[in-house]
Every structure is written in structure tokens, then in C-alpha cells.
Write a protein that binds this ligand. Structure first.
Ligand code: SAH
Ligand code: SF4
Length: 399
């Protein structure tokens, strides 16, 4: 006996918010759009979803009613659910988002994304994975054991949610409070950094497809120079990132010798400093106008001596580099402390005197645990498993 095909109303809706051009065309085909209309309808939908930020089909005024009815019957423009929104005293916003369940028993993966407003720009820090497999010893996300890759749509949806909430689509209204940058031609979300949860280069295809959607001129239209992908050092994927995405690159360096970097960023055992810096030297289009950012987290008594500042300058000699010193952001149970302010200043002076721009990244949103490396889902189950993982990783760190 053959099972009956599921009725239309029993099937999960086709999710279009975050879809690639190819996925949109495929969905249109599935709902019975005539072949000769596919291209035109695809472009119309693309424009409504990504340029106008449409959240419902009836708003799409230039699409014929029968086509809209077919779309509304089988498709949805729903975004991930905003579980919580926290607003820091400094205007930083953190959203906990629940992704649509993949099947009936899936509760939906939770991830965090953070918005950081400044006077001349607004930066959205997006996640690329749920958790991270890499266990850097100073990073909260690294203690999260549950990992899955986000899809391109789930990455793009973070930008859609942020733009919805910030009134950043045409006709939108910015939230009260005056902390979102505004003015003629100013966008609330002008920059995107892949510095949230996860290692973007361990989810390369989805990150690449998401970047293609974010930078499409008829859609969200973000400049590639305003998108930065941060990696803990997946050297073999860096050339691909440069060639296929053309975004800016940030590298989480954090140490100037392999012995220490092995402990702080365990991936260093696989791709040691020599390999990593070679990949940086070969990063396509790196130049003085498109410098690679080297991130260096300031850990008290661990990597913050003045000798290490000088070693850092020697290590990066000849590379078009910016150095970004990040004060360590503590989290419950972390084994490190942030360097003293005086030490950070002296460290930064050595780097600056060697000719590098060396901004110290002002910690933002610390009061809502939204700063670098503090992101993670707060569910009880994750917390309990995280403690276990932390103990294990510290045991490794001691040998
Ligand atoms: N996985 C990627 C991107 C996400 S982390 C990477 O590691 O590059 C973004 C940046 O925050 C990285 O430079 C990371 O090393 C840094 N970071 C992680 N935990 C931190 C903490 N507790 N305090 C300050 N910076 C942290
Ligand atoms: Fe993962 Fe980056 Fe955190 Fe390391 S610093 S554990 S790579 S998110």
C-alpha cells in the first residue's frame, strides 16, 4: 500500500526569508508557477524580501493576486522567533533568537546576535554556528557543547530581524532612545561582523551564500568592505574566503608563540603560527587599503607583557595589518582576568609606535553579557554541560 501524499496544510511552510535566489526560484516552481514567469516572479520576490523587508505577501503590490494567494498558501516570510531582547545602558542590543524547528520534535536551536551602535555606523555581530567546536580556553561560546551549523538563511535572517527591530527597512521607524545612528543615507545596520557564536570557516558554504545575499545590489546591498569574517585560524579556508567572498578578514591571534597559542586557541596545534601567517600573506586583495585585522585578547599575566607586544610587532612585519586589542570579557566561571588598564595602554603604545593602528576595542554591552566571547544560550542543560566541558579544557590547559 502506498502512503497518501501529505495534504498541503500538513506540510511545513516553505521559508523564504533568508533564501538564496536559486531557492526562491525552486520554491516558486514547487507551488506551480509557470516556467515562463519564474524569473520575473523570482526578481519581484527578491526585491520585496530583501530591499523592502516585506513581512507579508499582500504588501507585494506588483504581484498578481492569484500568484500571491499561491505564495501565501504554501510559503512564509516569518523570521526566527525573538525569545528575548536586552538593551544595554550603552545602546548595545542582544537578541536571543530561536530558529524554526527542523522537525516535529526539534525545539529549535537558539543563537545570539548583537547590535552595536556608534555615531557613524551600526555593526551587527552575527553567529555562524550554534555553539562552537573549538574550545578556545577564554571563550564562553567554546564551552557550549551542542553544535550545528546555521544555514545561509539562518545567518541572513539575523540581519533581517535586526533591520526589522531597528526600523531599518524603507518606511520603518527607529526605536525611541536616540541610540541608533540616523541621518541622510545612514543605515542602522551598516556593518556586519562574523564574530558571534561559532567558527565561520567551519561553515564555509553557508557563510559564503549568506554573504552573497547580504551584498546583492538589489537587496540588502551591504558593501563587502563593511563585512568582516573573523577566524580563529582555519588556514586552508582563508584563500577561498578571499576568492569567493572578497570580504575583510580578521584573525584571532592572541599569542605570539606556538606554545602559548596551543593553549589559548587549540586549533593552533593543527595550523600553527607559521601556516596561519602564510595564509594571511596570501589573502587575496590584502593591501594597505584593505588591512587584515589581528585580534589580540588581553589576558592578565598570560599574554600581556611588553616583550610580547614587541614580539607581536616582529611577527606581523611586512603584513598589511591592523591590531585590535580586546580587553578580556569575563564570564561566570572563566579562568582568566582582564589585563590592567595601564598594561593595555603600554602594550598598545608599543604597537602604535611600530606604525600600527592599534585601537583598544571598547567593551560594549558588558552589562547584558553581549561583549566578545560572552555569547551563549542560557538554558539550564547547556550550562550544566558547559561546566563539565570547562573543567575538561582547564585540565588540558594545565599539562
Ligand atoms: N570563532 C571566530 C569568531 C567569533 S569570536 C574567532 O574565534 O575568531 C570573535 C572574537 O572574540 C575572537 O577574536 C575571539 O577570540 C574573541 N573572544 C572570545 N572570547 C572572548 C572574551 N571572553 N573576551 C574577549 N574576546 C573574546
Ligand atoms: Fe569558537 Fe571563536 Fe570562541 Fe574559539 S573564540 S571557541 S573559535 S567562537
Amino acid at each position: 500500500m502506498t502512503a497518501a501524499a501529505p495534504r498541503a496544510e500538513d506540510r511545513a511552510p516553505i521559508r523564504l526569508a533568508g533564501a538564496t535566489r536559486g531557492e526562491i526560484i525552486q520554491s516558486l516552481r514547487e507551488i506551480g508557477t509557470p516556467e515562463r514567469e519564474l524569473k520575473m516572479r523570482g526578481s519581484q520576490l527578491w526585491h520585496w524580501i530583501y530591499h523592502r523587508g516585506a513581512r507579508e505577501f499582500p504588501a507585494m503590490r506588483n504581484i498578481a493576486r492569484p500568484a500571491l494567494e499561491r505564495l501565501a498558501e504554501r510559503c512564509t516570510l516569518a523570521r526566527p522567533e525573538v525569545v528575548t531582547e536586552q538593551i544595554s545602558a550603552d545602546g548595545t542590543r542582544k537578541w536571543l533568537l530561536r530558529m524554526a524547528p527542523a522537525h516535529r520534535f526539534d525545539k529549535g536551536a537558539e543563537i545570539e546576535c548583537v547590535y552595536i551602535p556608534e555615531s557613524d555606523r551600526g555593526t551587527l555581530c552575527v553567529s555562524s554556528q550554534v555553539g562552537c567546536t573549538l574550545n578556545c580556553s577564554f571563550c564562553h561560546t567554546g564551552t557550549m557543547p551542542l553544535v550545528r551549523n546555521l544555514t545561509a538563511a539562518e545567518i541572513v535572517a539575523q540581519v533581517l530581524v535586526a533591520r526589522d527591530r531597528l526600523g531599518d527597512f524603507p518606511g520603518g521607524v527607529a526605536p525611541a532612545g536616540g541610540l541608533v545612528p540616523k541621518g541622510e543615507g545612514v543605515r542602522a545596520v551598516s556593518n556586519v561582523v562574523f564574530m558571534g557564536m561559532g567558527e565561520p570557516l567551519y561553515n564555509f558554504e553557508a557563510v559564503r551564500d549568506a554573504i552573497a545575499i547580504l551584498t546583492d545590489g538589489d537587496g540588502l546591498s551591504l558593501s563587502k568592505r563593511r563585512i568582516t569574517v573573523s577566524t580563529s585560524g582555519v588556514a586552508p579556508e582563508m584563500a577561498r574566503l578571499g576568492a569567493e567572498c572578497g570580504t575583510m578578514l580578521a584573525v584571532s591571534l592572541h599569542a605570539t608563540n606556538n606554545a602559548l597559542r596551543d593553549k589559548l586557541v587549540p586549533l593552533n596545534r593543527k595550523y600553527p603560527l607559521e601556516t596561519l601567517l602564510d595564509a594571511c600573506r596570501n589573502y587575496p586583495r590584502a593591501s594597505n587599503a584593505r588591512r587584515i585585522t589581528f585580534e589580540y585578547v588581553m589576558l592578565k599575566g598570560v599574554n600581556d607583557s611588553l616583550a610580547e607586544a614587541r614580539a607581536l610587532v616582529r611577527l606581523l612585519k611586512g603584513l598589511p595589518a591592523k591590531i585590535n586589542l580586546i580587553p578580556f570579557n569575563p564570564w561566570p566561571g572563566s579562568a582568566f582576568e582582564c589585563s590592567d588598564w595601564e598594561t593595555i595602554e603600554r602594550f598598545s603604545e608599543i604597537v602604535f609606535n611600530a606604525g600600527y593602528a592599534s585601537p583598544v576595542r571598547t567593551p560594549r554591552g558588558r552589562d547584558i553579557l553581549a561583549a566578545c566571547g560572552q555569547l551563549k544560550s542560557e538554558s539550564e542543560k547547556l550550562r550544566a554541560r558547559a561546566r563539565m566541558m570547562l573543567e575538561e579544557s582547564l585540565a588540558v590547559g594545565q599539562d
